[in-house]
Design a protein around this ligand. Structure first.
Ligand SMILES: *[C@@H]1O[C@H](CO)[C@@H](O)[C@H](O)[C@H]1NC(C)=O
Ligand SMILES: *[C@@H]1O[C@H](CO)[C@@H](O)[C@H](O)[C@H]1NC(C)=O
Length: 184
């Protein structure tokens, strides 16, 4: 019994020691691994197949268009232009990506969300008619989980009784929220 108790104490201490978490991609094992969709003659690493390194070209590491404003004519007044491994194949295994965020001048909102595979740093440019932010992410594709959509717009829906209790709301408010269209 003593032994079990002391093991529990050790686990409890370890749990406290591990309270800080950060997310990032596994370290790459090669200098680059340009992603290809063709599985015929590729090497499978980190979720994408790699091009034969001898065939890599400068364009595999190039993207243009970050100077173009995103379209913020939507209910959130917000647009995101992602530049991840799906836009720059050369980012595969490099553990990095970026994005341009455009906000409508008055009240544009990037709704609460999390990135399951990366941490993010943002730089804001606030002008007279535009608010633009650029982000750097510690993943080739950090993923995104929009909080409101994943809770009230999930398919199949979460049982409204669960949401009523968990969010301390009236049930008709929950069913109203669940009936709305959540794009993000
Ligand atoms: C690979 O497939 C994805 C998903 O179908 C597509 O978005 C991407 O453009 C394709 N990449 C290449 C290099 O063909
Ligand atoms: C922006 O999006 C809105 C809504 O989808 C659309 O009506 C409008 O034509 C778009 N504007 C541009 C410049 O693409």
């Amino acid at each position: 019994m003593k032994g079990i108790q002391s093991i529990s104490v050790v686990f409890a201490l370890l749990a406290f020691a591990c309270s800080l978490a950060s997310a990032f991609d596994p370290s790459p094992l090669q200098d680059f691994c340009v992603a290809i969709n063709d599985t015929e003659n590729g090497v499978f690493v980190n979720g994408k197949f790699c091009k034969d390194p001898k065939l890599a070209v400068a364009d595999d590491f190039f993207y243009s268009g970050l100077d173009m404003p995103g379209n913020t004519s939507n209910p959130n007044g917000f647009a995101v232009t992602p530049v991840d491994v799906d836009n720059i194949a050369g980012l595969n295994t490099l553990g990095i990506s970026l994005a341009r965020l455009d906000f409508a001048p008055y009240g544009g909102l990037n709704p609460p969300h999390t990135h399951p595979r990366g941490t993010e740093i943002l730089a804001f440019n606030i002008g007279k008619t535009k608010v633009v932010a650029f982000t750097g992410l510690s993943s080739q594709n950090a993923g995104v989980i929009p909080i409101a959509k994943s809770i009230f717009g999930s398919d199949p829906p979460i049982n409204p009784d669960v949401l009523t209790k968990a969010f301390q709301l009236e049930k008709n408010v929950v069913t109203y929220l669940q009936s709305m269209f959540w794009s993000y």
